[in-house]
Design a protein around this ligand. Structure first.
Ligand SMILES: [Zn+2]
Length: 386
């Protein structure tokens, strides 16, 4: 069987595991572990605290240092409320495309990695090849953060990482961070005709939201010169507000989901400090004067650091060389790359399929993209073999 057919067979299996971030990925992890174990890799599983999900980290070759890491996430975004023309977890081939949830984001890359693992296992490897397959990327790179800790604890220090998110195999050397929060406003209920006896949670949420929008304005003025992102500043978005009951009841609870995407570390601290100060100096004292139990708490859903482009980047240079591209780009979406970069690896994002199709109904990957990925991973052998 040729490698593209083999990859397609693996991908069909991977798509059949409905690894929506909210659900367990253990069956898929078990499949990946069996497969990699079978080709001779050392396989480590790293479970989430509640045991329902796991990261997989596998190594071909000897040693803990200097390795090349291929990384992908196992989770996919939900399909509920999306209009699919077929079962999203039963892969369909049509007109040179493979349709199914996760085909491009990013089980196609994982399938290609598994196919090539068989070849890598036969090479006289000069440095180890690692495979990192994580959980909960789509909900804030939770799994990758656990994996990073595992690597640190075990003293595993790969020198470079390739993150196979869908970039149509273009080399990506930078992206913004992505920080997501849910802020809860706890007030005090009462009759709507007597606002003074209660603490209106929605009122404080609105003031908090207004402050966030002021910060969003400031961020535009803080954009670095010659920024390469589109837009070049840190963006901020309020995505959801829920709270209250009915016209005439003072709402005691309200919550707000919001996010920002820092282009630089300084903006990360600016946003957090500014909003925290507003809460502690203005909103909270007012609320608690009226009811000492009133409160505002913020839950961190995920704080994913960005990938800042750097002059020196071996991972990027290897991808450019092997794919014949002459420059690397930046993208507006977040990945696990910054987490690996923080461990000291040089990191590039490069994978098959297009982000245009990710997260949408009838998600697909072009077979030609899978083929291009296989051919890249084959050329990579020249960098791995002694
Ligand atoms: Zn992805």
């Amino acid at each position: 069987m040729n490698q593209l057919d083999h990859t397609q067979d693996i991908l069909r299996q991977l798509i059949a595991y409905p690894t929506i971030s909210a659900d367990s990925n253990l069956q898929m992890i078990e499949y990946l572990a069996d497969y990699l174990d079978h080709v001779g890799a050392d396989v480590l599983l790293n479970h989430a605290r509640d045991g329902t999900k796991a990261n997989l980290f596998a190594t071909l070759g000897q040693g803990h240092e200097n390795g090349v890491l291929l990384s992908g996430h196992t989770d996919v975004v939900p399909v509920a409320d999306q209009d699919w023309s077929h079962d999203p977890f039963d892969m369909v081939e049509r007109d040179g495309r493979l349709y199914g949830r996760g085909t491009c984001d990013m089980k196609g890359f994982i399938a290609a990695c598994l196919t090539k693992a068989q070849d890598y296992a036969k090479l006289p490897l000069k440095t180890p090849v690692h495979f990192a397959f994580t959980y909960d990327e789509e909900t804030g790179c939770i799994g990758a953060q656990g994996l990073a800790k595992l690597l640190q604890d075990q003293g595993i220090t790969p020198r470079l990482a390739i993150i196979g998110e869908p970039t149509r195999m273009k080399a990506i050397e930078g992206h913004k961070g992505c920080c997501e929060y849910t802020t809860h406003f706890h007030g005090k209920a009462g009759h709507g005709s007597m606002p003074d006896i209660g603490v209106n949670a929605i009122e404080y949420a609105m003031r908090y939201g207004t402050k966030l929008m002021d910060i969003a304005q400031d961020l535009q003025g803080r954009a670095p010169e010659n920024g390469r992102f589109a837009p070049p500043w840190t963006t901020l978005n309020i995505g959801r507000i829920t709270g209250g009951h009915i016209h005439n009841v003072i709402p005691e609870n309200c919550s707000m989901d919001w996010e920002f995407r820092p282009v630089q570390d300084a903006d990360f601290s600016y946003v957090k400090n500014t909003i925290e100060t507003y809460v502690s100096d203005t909103l909270l004292p007012e609320m608690q004067r009226r009811d000492p139990n009133a409160n505002i708490t913020t839950e961190i859903v995920g704080e994913v650091v960005g990938l800042e482009p750097t002059d020196q980047n071996e991972a990027r240079d290897i991808v450019l060389e092997l794919t014949g591209q002459n420059h690397a780009d930046v993208v507006p979406f977040g990945t696990e790359a910054g987490i690996f970069a923080a461990l000291g690896m040089s990191v590039v994002v490069c994978g098959p399929g297009s982000i245009e199709q990710a997260h949408k109904p009838d998600e697909f990957i072009d077979l030609s993209q899978l083929d291009a990925c296989l051919s890249f991973l084959t050329k990579l052998e020249s960098k791995l073999a002694a």
